[in-house]
Write a protein that binds this ligand. Structure first.
Ligand SMILES: [Fe+2]
Length: 417
């Protein structure tokens, strides 16, 4: 095992890459996997083949999957994504295709057993890279996403229908290519973040830089709109890592996101409002803690949400490392937050919400996540009841090995026959 004193944090302990691909069947389960939880949890993350990389966000992507069916954990698989640029950030399933994503390249399609199919460009409609944070509209089944690139117009917005055909595409002129990791949707709009974080030295492990002279703006665009329909809202300088969710309240758009006043500073939950009548933006802090990896129930994406799940990042080092994480369920109406205690040596990863089949209620769901161990011992897939977040897990699936602490996961429920 790597020695944390001599190697960068992202190559040691819970973060260290693994060196083999494996397939294990019929995993040990502690507790009871709900019988109607049928599908596959898939999580992406960097796993450098060479065993080393300059930063946590670098390195070839590896998918880890756990198949739940009939109250059993049928298999665990981990697979590097194959090809010239294995996307390492996230995964999405839309119109029957499972896509591995990284914001600098086009998607790579994989099978339900995590084998690589190859690059996918929406039948030629995708002209460049694709965000790693596309949104599936729960009302229409559409996939909304964008491409952010170094050449003008820098930003292109796409909407694919429920069958996966790109039916709308709009070039959006922005002054420069900014760091734009995420965006948001509401019932009628999409919201883009054009913030003072520009590309820096590409040889740097984190190739971004802050620009005090670059105006911070949010762009609100009707889902069917083009550049001329964009409404821009000026805001105080800030950076955003991830979207929690957004929704409409009359003529006001409410956006919850993970924000920091500038780069290399702790991010926290923040609520922005954009008044379409007055053209004014406002903002308020929702929770002061340093947290990230926000998730909501998939049925409330673009609609009013009450619950959010985050991971608090703790025990920072000067190298940008963190050595402890805390999983939290937020009630954004009351401001209350509930912690699930996984033990002192645990590092819970992103919480993914798995709806109970037939129900769209935010609390009538399970929360699925990987729980890693600081000492680098084996990982567990944990299933919590969303209505009793602090209670002991409904089920714990013991993986046969360690899955490195990674980035974003998704629950891919079996589709109705
Ligand atoms: Fe992300």
């Amino acid at each position: 095992m790597s020695n944390p004193d001599t190697v960068p944090f992202h190559l040691a302990g819970a973060f260290a890459p693994v060196h083999e691909e494996r397939t294990d069947v019929e995993l040990e389960v502690i507790g009871e996997i709900p019988a109607d939880l049928r599908g596959t949890y898939v999580r992406n993350g960097p796993n450098p083949r060479a065993g080393r990389s300059p930063a946590w966000f670098a390195g070839e992507g590896m998918l880890h999957g756990v198949r739940l069916e009939g109250g059993r954990a049928r298999w665990y698989r981990n697979r590097w994504i194959a090809g010239a640029y294995p996307p390492n950030t996230s995964v999405v399933r839309h119109a029957g295709r499972i896509l591995a994503l990284v914001e600098t390249r086009s998607p790579v399609e994989v099978t339900a057993e995590l084998e690589t199919v190859g690059p996918y460009d929406f039948g030629g409609a995708l002209g460049g890279a694709m965000t790693a944070h596309p949104k599936i509209c729960p009302r229409t089944g559409e996939l909304l996403f964008f491409s952010n690139g170094p050449s003008r117009p820098h930003l292109t917005y796409y909407r694919a229908d429920a069958a996966g055909r790109v039916v709308h595409r709009a070039a959006i002129e922005v002054p420069a290519m900014t760091f734009m990791h995420d965006f948001a949707i509401t019932e009628r709009y999409v919201i883009f973040y054009v913030l003072p974080v520009l590309l820096g030295d590409v040889r740097s492990p984190v190739p971004i830089r802050w620009d005090d002279d670059f105006p911070a703006r949010f762009g609100v665009l009707p889902r069917d709109g083009g550049d001329e329909d964009m409404r821009w809202f000026d805001v105080a300088p800030c950076t955003i890592s991830h979207t929690v969710n957004a929704f409409e309240e009359g003529d006001t758009i409410v956006l919850d996101a993970v924000r920091a006043p500038r780069i290399m500073m702790p991010h926290a939950l923040h609520r922005f409002t954009f008044d379409l009548s007055s053209g004014r933006a406002a903002g308020t802090a929702l929770d002061p803690r340093f947290l990230d990896f926000p998730r909501v129930h998939p049925a409330v994406v673009g609609a009013r949400h009450r619950r959010a799940y985050t991971i608090e990042l703790c025990d920072f080092g000067a190298d940008g490392s963190f050595s402890r994480t805390i999983a939290r369920q937020h009630d954004l109406e009351t401001g209350a937050a509930v912690v699930h205690d996984f033990g002192d040596d645990a590092m819970p990863g992103e919480c993914v919400v798995a709806p109970r089949p037939g129900s769209d209620a935010e609390d009538d769901a399970w929360v699925i996540l990987f729980v890693h161990r600081r000492d680098g011992s084996a990982t567990e897939l944990v299933v919590l009841d969303a209505s009793r977040f602090a209670s002991p897990p409904v089920a714990r699936v013991r993986l046969p090995c360690r899955a490195p602490l990674g980035l974003h996961g998704e629950w891919l429920p079996d589709l109705a026959a």
